[in-house]
Design a protein around this ligand. Structure first.
Ligand code: ATP
Length: 296
């Protein structure tokens, strides 16, 4: 029995950490206080994939039965490519990421990963394949090391430092009085918006998922930081299937496909060049952004 104790205790630890990480994701999506909406089917399969394609097929959705939010949304993100979604506030962009992460099920239509309906897989296995860099990263009252490792209880200190280096936050951490053991969060050191995003990038690198959701921050960072973070994000999204919820048009130029959403509907789609040539909504958004920066 004592031989069993250590592995069982360890499994208990991993289980608690994973539960914690899911709670973290829910908090990121602002959903913690909502009841569980979805349940695994008894015969749900376990998703296991190194690469993943994502497909939305005629998806309708509403948070409440009396108000439909998405109308007949279809798109495909082949494995390794990038889809960016733009549109005014409230158009339904973030709702797409919540459905892909399966906080809710589509009302009608289907969402597939590698051809399998996500309702036929376990939520835990689906979510293991998805990394999220959210708008605003939640930091816990613990060390910076713990905060970077968050969601990956098995990471070694060496791996954590590697991820921090790749996310360009290592030097900042080393400049802190206690290095990786510096307390951060509400009761510790407060990090800037850019530093918090780098923590989120490092967390994602540690998780190493085939699917990425990048929910771009609405709050403005200074231009240099923003450019550096965009470079890091495009580095981590290379070779991963990426859904970008974009608030700035500059982020979407290199996407393989761009969706322009309005009132829960896809109004235009195509590459940056195609959409600019089409001279429709997307081209008008660029013209508007250009005139705003002229004013500034
Ligand atoms: P933004 O650019 O401001 O982040 P968005 O395009 O991402 O906006 P969503 O967050 O997808 O928009 O929201 C789409 C619509 O769904 C909005 O009208 C919003 O009020 C509504 N909505 C979002 N979350 C919920 C919820 N939990 N319950 C009910 N309605 C919601």
């Amino acid at each position: 029995l004592t031989q069993l104790y250590t592995p069982l205790n360890f499994l208990g630890f991993v289980y608690r950490e994973i539960k914690h990480a899911l709670a973290d994701m829910e908090r990121m999506f602002g959903l913690l206080d909502q009841g569980a909406e979805v349940a695994d089917k008894p015969d749900a399969a376990c998703l296991r994939a190194d690469a993943a394609s994502v497909e939305f097929e005629h998806v309708d959705f509403g948070y409440n039965p009396d108000r439909q939010i998405l109308f007949d949304v279809s798109f495909a993100i082949p494995a390794g490519s990038t889809l960016a979604v733009v549109g005014a506030s409230g158009a339904g962009k973030s709702t797409l990421s919540r459905l892909l992460y399966r906080f809710y099920d589509a009302g009608s239509g289907a969402i597939r990963v590698n051809g399998t309906d996500i309702r036929d897989m376990t939520q835990a296995s689906l979510r293991r394949h998805i990394g999220i860099v959210p708008q605003d990263t939640v930091l816990f009252n613990d060390t910076i090391l713990y905060n970077i490792a968050y969601g990956n209880p098995l990471a070694s200190r060496e791996e954590i430092i590697q991820a921090a280096k790749a996310a360009s936050i290592h030097e900042f951490v080393m400049s802190l009085p206690q290095g990786y053991d510096t307390p951060v969060g509400e009761r510790g050191l407060k990090l800037s918006g850019g530093e918090k995003q780098r923590v989120a990038i490092a967390r994602t690198l540690l998780k190493n998922p085939p699917i990425l959701i990048l929910d771009e921050a609405t709050s403005a960072l200074d231009t240099r930081t923003e450019r550096a973070i965009q470079d890091e994000l495009s580095r981590i999204s290379r070779d991963r299937t990426t859904l970008i919820i974009a608030h700035r048009l500059s982020t979407v130029v290199d996407a393989d496909e761009i969706l322009v959403m309005e009132g829960g509907r896809v109004m235009e789609r195509g590459s940056h060049d195609t959409l600019m040539r089409g001279n429709g909504r997307y081209a008008r958004m660029w013209a508007m952004q250009a005139s705003q920066s002229d004013d500034a």
